[in-house]
Structure formats: structure tokens, C-alpha cells
Design a protein around this ligand. Structure first.
Ligand SMILES: Cc1ncc(COP(=O)(O)O)c(C=O)c1O
Length: 376
């Protein structure tokens, strides 16, 4: 019998049965009173859990949410500071330039973070209408220090903080009020444990004021003002809402509320630490510096002389799918997602499959070293 495939890439993540069931329900009219009520409860939960003024759930992926954040807050000629810790941080640069927004970039060596005191200094030297930062950059497994960056923009009346939470929201601590975030953007397929297809955004009062100041914008699908009436009253229509995915998100939020956000953050911290310890025991390395390692994924460096393609192929044969490295790290590391609704069984199965591949590839003779580390 063929092994089942555990999807341990950094998104999409494993989708639990109760969420799958919501996606498999018979689709109803988006004006069906019970769906309207469900959609409203999703928006209400999002606002409450992340302390936002408004929340948006739109058909699309994380990239759409990035573009929405920019389109609704910045105009041609504005200044934006991009703090980038990798491939996804850099993604903002092109988007901003296409809109003729002036971009300054602060980046770090992959695996490290930009020094917060340098960011503070940069912010003192020029007025930026927005700062973008990726909370966890999936290309490096680095977590940005959002609390400190939030403090750095706190006093800046004209500066908005835009946080890309695609690889962090619902697993790493984020709260708009407590952390001075003006726009948090995310997507359904990572720590929410829903299938791909939803772009998610949370906005502060300051961000909505900026939207008001912009007046008419050139975008239609991206415009907050087209969607806001629907987020307040889903009986209204602008674009057809993805009914089944919204049900799936409702179930995901219900799982999150049952677990409790703080418990969920702590679980991710503990599990990621155990997983990294097990991998190091097996001879692998970690790209991210110790103080900035994300809880949602690990970018796992191969020891010298390792065949990436063969390793990932053998691992898939053993039932675990992981992702390859990006940019200069293609072939040098694999990316292991460990976020969302994963359990002990998944974690042990993943490390066990990695050990079986190491045996097969002749890299070790003894099974159980990593598993023992998970237990300790
Ligand atoms: C941190 C981060 N930002 C943005 C994106 C883009 O999201 P999507 O692929 O859903 O468009 C990704 C995708 O992996 C990501 O990891």
C-alpha cells in the first residue's frame, strides 16, 4: 500500500477533518440567512482576536492581501520603507515601484534580521508614509521583531506599519492594538489550516483614516471601500464570496478559540524548539539565527555532500512532503512547515520519516536519535 502524504511544506498545511467537512458542504446562496450569520461571526471573531478596527475576508491568496494593503494606504510619490528578511520581504519592492511609490529597502543577510536601532535611525531621517515588514519570511525562517518595530513607529503620526503575517498569523503573537500594527495581512493556507484561497486583512483606525484621505483609488477589486459594506453586512454584494472557504475559516477560528490564542502561540514555540533539536541531533543545521527562529517553519540546512533532490524524493516516498530552498539556498536546505493544526502524531511521523530516509541514504545506521530528542 502507498504511504499517505503528510503535507509538511510551509503552506498549505494539513487540513483537519472538521475543516475539510466545511469545505465539502453543499454550497448555499451567499444571501442565505445562515451563511450571512456565519460570515458576520467570522469578521467579528477576527476583529476580537486580533484587536482590529476592521477585518476583510476576500477570495485570493496572500499576494492579493499584500497588494490590497498597499493600494489602500499609499499613493504615487509617497515614501515606503521595506524591511526585508528574504524573498517575501522583497516581494513588496516590485509592487510598490509599479505604483511609483519611493522605496527604501533595509535588508539583512539571509538568516539574520535588520537591527532595530538601525531602523529607528532610518525612521528619524525621513518621513515614510508606511513601513512594510514580513513577520516570518518563509524563505529564511526568520521572525522579525514586530514588537520593537511597532514601538519604533508608535510616535510617527504619518507612518503606518504594514505587517505580512502570511506565514505567522494564528501561530505567532500578533495584536494590532498592543503591537501598533496598522495593517496585518495573511492567507488561509498556513497557520489557519484552511485550504488556499482566502486573503485576510485586519486594519487599524489609522489605516482606515489613510484610506479615507486617499479618496478615489485606481483599483477596483483591491479597494477596501468596495468590500467594507459587505464585511459589515454580507447580505450586500460586490463580488461573490467563497462560501465554503468562509465556513472552513469559521471552523478554523472555532478551533483557535477553543485552544486559546496564547496556548496556540506557546504550542508553536515548544513544538518548533523540539523539532529543531531533533533535526540538529540528526546532523542538520538551521539557517535562522537562534534569537530570530520562527515557530511556524524551519529552514533546515543539509550537511555537506547531501543530495537535496534525492532526499526530498525519498522523503515523499516515505510519506512526508517538504519544500526546497529558495534563491541562493536552492539545493542547500529544505523548508519544513510546522504550523497550524498539527499534532504529536504528525510531528513524530515527520521526524521518523526523515530518519528512515537517512538510513536509506546511508547517512546514519541508528534509528531513533531524533525521536528520542522529541521525547526529552
Ligand atoms: C511570508 C509570505 N508572504 C506572502 C506570501 C504569498 O502568499 P500567496 O502564495 O498565498 O500569494 C507567502 C507565500 O508563501 C509568504 O510565505
Amino acid at each position: 500500500m502507498k504511504n499517505q502524504k503528510l503535507c509538511m511544506i510551509p503552506g498549505p498545511t494539513p487540513v483537519v477533518r472538521s475543516i475539510q467537512d466545511e469545505m465539502g458542504r453543499e454550497t448555499v446562496s451567499f444571501k442565505d440567512p445562515s451563511f450571512v450569520e456565519d460570515f458576520l461571526s467570522v469578521i467579528k471573531d477576527m476583529k476580537n482576536l486580533w484587536s482590529s478596527e476592521e477585518a476583510f475576508v476576500i477570495s485570493g491568496s496572500g499576494t492579493l492581501a499584500m497588494e490590497m494593503a498597499i493600494a489602500n494606504t499609499l499613493k504615487e510619490g509617497d515614501n515606503c520603507l521595506v524591511i526585508s528578511h528574504g524573498y517575501f520581504g522583497d516581494r513588496f519592492i516590485d509592487m510598490l515601484k509599479k505604483r511609483r511609490i519611493n522605496v527604501d529597502v533595509m535588508n539583512s543577510k539571509w538568516g539574520q534580521t535588520v537591527c532595530v536601532s538601525d531602523i529607528k535611525q532610518k525612521l528619524r531621517g525621513k518621513t515614510y508614509q508606511a513601513v512594510t515588514v514580513t513577520h516570518v519570511d518563509t524563505s529564511t525562517g526568520v521572525r522579525a521583531n514586530i514588537i520593537e518595530i511597532g514601538k519604533a513607529v508608535y510616535d510617527l503620526e504619518n507612518t503606518l506599519l504594514i505587517v505580512d503575517g502570511v506565514c505567522s498569523t494564528a501561530a505567532e503573537k500578533e495584536n494590532l492594538k498592543e503591537m501598533n500594527i496598522d495593517i496585518l495581512l495573511s492567507a488561509s493556507q498556513k497557520a489557519f489550516g484552511v485550504a488556499p484561497g482566502l486573503a485576510l486583512l485586519w486594519t487599524s483606525q489609522k489605516a482606515m483614516k489613510r484610506r479615507e484621505e486617499l479618496g478615489e483609488i485606481r483599483d477596483t477589486y483591491l479597494d477596501f471601500y468596495k468590500w467594507l459594506p459587505i464585511m459589515h453586512n454580507p447580505m450586500k454584494y460586490f463580488g461573490t464570496p467563497p462560501v465554503n472557504l468562509i465556513w472552513a475559516l469559521k471552523e478554523s477560528l472555532s478551533i483557535i478559540k477553543k485552544e486559546g490564542l496564547d496556548n496556540r502561540f506557546n504550542r508553536h514555540i515548544k513544538d518548533s524548539k523540539r523539532i529543531r533539536e531533533a533535526l540538529i541531533e540528526l546532523g542538520f543545521g538551521v539557517l535562522a539565527d537562534e534569537e530570530s527562529q520562527a515557530s511556524t517553519l524551519t529552514n533546515v540546512l543539509y550537511p555537506d555532500g547531501f543530495d537535496d533532490t534525492l532526499f526530498r524524493q525519498e522523503l515523499a516516498n516515505q510519506g512526508v512532503v517538504v519544500a526546497g530552498g529558495l534563491g541562493d539556498y536552492a539545493g542547500k536546505l529544505f523548508r519544513l512547515g510546522h504550523m497550524g493544526n498539527i499534532d504529536e502524531h504528525t510531528i513524530f511521523s515527520t521526524i521518523s520519516a526523515i530518519e528512515r530516509v537517512l538510513i536509506k541514504m546511508g547517512k546514519t545506521e541508528q534509528i531513533g536519535k531524533g525521536l528520542n530528542k522529541l521525547l526529552s
